[in-house]
Design a protein around this ligand. Structure first.
Ligand code: GLN
Length: 188
């Protein structure tokens, strides 16, 4: 049984709980404070507002503990705003990032709320025709050589992995397809 935590500061938290509970054999918990990381195999940093989540990460003393969690090889999934926060640099924002992955992120790279869209992705080793919902989504503008770029939309990288860290610019928790979530849980 895998212990998966969801960073519960702001954003799409309940949708992740629902999906993980449906998958079974996973113990789900919510994380607001550093000590809640101790028993976890993996942590999800959800979508929302990266500026707000970043501020709350600092306020709750979670910045260094999440970095240490990642250094221990525990799994981290960052979706949308969570992807931004996992990066080492981003545009259009002053926020302090977690710097867990060697990527530079174009925040709101696909435009504003009105430019939100849904598409299907074929991702090697994960699945085909995977539904993906993009909401004010970022993309990865630059990735280091240790980063595996897993999927693209309009030639922009929108999903990547660096060892135990997985990020996607879209919201896998907003669909009924749990193959990306299962891939993450297997990584933890
Ligand atoms: N554009 C948002 C941000 O950068 C992310 C949007 C989302 O998570 N759906 O904070």
């Amino acid at each position: 049984m895998k212990q998966i935590g969801i960073l519960n500061l702001q954003g799409a938290v309940s949708e992740h709980i629902t999906m993980l509970n449906h998958m079974g054999n996973i113990h789900v918990s919510l994380v607001q404070h550093p000590q809640q990381l101790a028993t976890l195999d993996g942590l999800i940093i959800p979508g929302g507002e990266s500026t707000t989540i970043s501020r709350l990460i600092k306020q709750n003393g979670l910045l260094t503990p999440i970095q240490q969690f990642a250094q221990q090889g525990k799994g981290i999934l960052g979706t949308c705003a969570g992807l931004v926060l996992c990066g080492k640099a981003t545009t259009h924002s002053e926020v302090e990032l977690l710097n867990l992955m060697d990527i530079c992120v174009e925040r709101n790279g696909f435009g504003r709320q009105i430019n939100s869209f849904e598409t299907q992705l074929d991702i090697p080793n994960i699945g085909q025709h995977i539904p993906a919902v993009f909401i004010r989504a970022p993309y990865i503008a630059k990735a280091g050589e240790n980063v595996q770029q897993l999927a693209f939309v309009d030639q922009h990288c929108i999903m990547a992995q660096q060892n135990n860290i997985l990020v996607c610019a879209f919201h896998p928790e907003l669909t009924n397809d749990n193959c990306i979530m299962q891939y993450f849980v297997d990584l933890c």
